[in-house]
Design a protein around this ligand. Structure first.
Ligand SMILES: NC(=O)c1ccc[n+]([C@@H]2O[C@H](COP(=O)([O-])OP(=O)(O)OC[C@H]3O[C@@H](n4cnc5c(N)ncnc54)[C@H](OP(=O)(O)O)[C@@H]3O)[C@@H](O)[C@H]2O)c1
Length: 304
């Protein structure tokens, strides 16, 4: 069976591959803990390459993850092995602490990634109080992101972890309103108000942590009803619970950012583009998940 490549279209016409391979979470290198944080992880490079060879065309990295160099090496090796071109890939990165010097941070990212442009560049979070020595406002940082976009160094610009108040704070300062908001999104964190706001303003949502109902903290919420709905859809479609969760997200029109170190999980991830949940199945999952709220990432922060 040929696998369709799901894409999501941004307000500016850009086509974003609907499944991104993430290089944060389990691959995240913490400066204090990982003394060799600057060393390339061969396991990560090989996992990224396997994902690309399996058909994934979108990679997600960030200044904060310390994985930009690994992504760069994987891209270079994959392009040499596959004969594909840079333009066949869609590369997303994000900046946070480096927002004090957007152009300098982007220049370093591009050098580590061995690229001359990024497809997508995001402000990682609106929580500027966590950036040491920052004196800039959100509007000033965003103006610098717009400037590197105008110079052709980044094609699609956006944000991550923004709630409605963060968008409203930015609105009066933005010439280009963010095209994308990358947020935690799964049936236990549906954020319907934010989804409606994004739709109204033409912001595409990109979902990280899509498997959280499986991998999160099951003891913190009773997800029995959700699991019943997932299992019913999985059995009907002949897929796994994980595939149903990913597909549910894709059918909401989201770009889905997942990851795995397990080679056996790549084909099922790619296959998510080639089956459909019925409208009723989506609604059952919506309803079962909406009775609970569980946020795994940035959980101490205020989003609304
Ligand atoms: N913008 C932000 O603030 C932000 C925050 C968090 C994440 N992200 C991005 O999103 C990416 C993905 O986040 P995530 O890791 O939370 O995504 P996820 O898709 O929810 O979870 C991926 C994890 O699930 C495990 N997994 C995969 N298939 C499974 C299955 N069938 N059953 C049970 N476990 C399974 C994988 O482990 P195995 O390796 O064992 O398969 C992997 O560790 C990150 O790497 C990062 O790029 C962004």
């Amino acid at each position: 069976m040929t696998t369709k490549l799901a894409t999501v279209t941004l307000r500016n016409g850009s086509l974003v591959p609907g499944i991104a391979f993430g290089t944060g979470t389990k691959w995240f290198k913490r400066p204090a803990k990982d003394a060799d944080q600057d060393a390339v992880s061969r396991e990560l490079v090989d996992s990224i390459k396997r994902a690309l060879h399996a058909g994934i065309r979108h990679l997600d990295t960030a200044e904060m993850y310390n994985t930009e160099e690994d992504v760069g090496l994987a891209i270079r090796e994959f392009l040499a092995e596959s004969g594909l071109k840079r333009s066949d890939l869609y590369i997303t990165s994000k900046l946070f602490k480096g927002a004090t010097d957007v152009r300098g941070t982007l220049t370093r990212a591009l050098a580590l990634l061995q690229l001359d442009y990024l497809d997508q560049y995001l402000l990682h979070a609106p929580f500027l109080e966590d950036i040491p020595d920052n004196t800039k406002t959100l509007g000033e940082i965003w103006a610098e992101i717009e400037a590197v976009h105008r110079d052709g160094l980044v094609r699609d610009i956006g944000v991550s972890n923004f709630g409605i108040p963060h968008f409203e704070a930015l609105r009066q300062h933005a010439t280009i309103f963010p095209l994308v908001n990358q947020i935690e999104f799964h049936p236990l964190l549906q954020q319907t108000d934010l989804a409606a706001y994004a739709k109204e303003h033409g912001v595409v949502l990109s979902s990280y942590g899509p498997l959280t109902p499986l991998t999160g903290s099951p003891d913190k919420v009773d997800a029995t009803a959700l699991n019943v709905a997932l299992d019913a859809a999985a059995e009907r479609a002949g897929k796994t619970r994980a595939q149903v969760l990913l597909r549910w997200n894709l059918q909401k029109g989201r770009v889905v950012v997942s990851t795995t170190a397990n080679p056996d999980r790549l084909a099922p991830l790619v296959e998510v583009q080639s089956f459909e949940l019925t409208e009723d199945e989506v609604k059952e999952i919506d309803a079962a998940g909406a009775t609970l709220t569980y946020r795994k990432f940035w959980a101490t922060k205020k989003f609304d």
